[in-house]
Design a protein around this ligand. Sequence first.
Ligand code: 5GP
Ligand code: MN
Length: 336
Amino acid sequence: MQELTTLKELLAHPRHIVITTHHKPDGDAMGSSLGLYNFLIQKGHHVKVITPTDYPIFLHWLPNNPEVIIFTEKGEESKKLVQEADLIFCLDFNTLSRINELGEIVREAKAKKVMIDHHLEPEDFDDFRHWTINACATAQLVYDFIANVLQEPQLINKDVATCLYTGIMTDSGSFRFPTTTPEVHHIVADLISRGAENWKIHQLVYDNFSENRLRFLGHCLLNKLEVHAEFNTAIIVVSQRELQEYGISTGDTEGLVNYALTINGIRLAALIIERTDKVKLSLRSTGDFPANEICKKYFNGGGHRNAAGGQSDRKLLEVVSDFKAILPEYKSLLLV
Ligand code: 5GP
Ligand code: MN
């Protein structure tokens, strides 16, 4: 691993740079990627953001979003850019499996790789690393990278600030998760003073539902929510048929699992969704309950202690009973 400050010299001359982030990117993935993009283009670099897959419409307003290339839509172009890059920034993920087929192309690329991330247990594929699980968002680490590592806070313009604010806002649950330290609030204050319109960003991300999405939420809360009080656990199970019935697309299920956690006393919430190719689980927990442990041990996934995900190739109802069968093992932790 090389010293991060060496990057300052590397970035002193125009380079070919690729920024990539995890599949099905969320607000932090896109906010940190486009935040870094909007910073780097001011320094004369040739920069491309490549996402492994598409991402929610409520993130398409981010500054310079039209410049993003989606690997599943432009495979050959993406591959060429990765192979010819001098530097590849890997944001908001730390194992190459999180970027699907793009992972091996990145691994083989001649470029120097820079990981900026806040997830547990990073894989060793990078040359430079700006990593800590104590950051509430990768966007916070990108801010720190620009302001303190490269010492160029003056280049945090309105576009950069808007993107980084979006990343911090979404990954910190609108500034309420335990990782929202005084330092995070100082950073956010600085971003607002540099032009991030906080009220507008909240509106664009959170008050941008389609009618169908809101009705789907109502359906899930009224008809699909199961509360297992004996385990302080709530589960929402959604079938492929329901996704189709309500015309649900990428990102429309984001945040749904959090509603289950708003019930008094619930420590663990699970959203189990039948996607076209597999069943996807999203877990959320409170306090020190290790949601990521369940995902890692049983569902080929991982994540943070309070927000984790995984998947299974088994049938929807089989996955639901697999999940329920695990709960007794965690009963003492769930009933704290
Ligand atoms: P979500 O439930 O929103 O899909 O994911 C929540 C968090 O869990 C993500 O930020 C990510 O850290 C983690 N996560 C989700 N799916 C996976 C997965 O398949 N593998 C790993 N390692 N982490 C995941
Ligand atoms: Mn993140």
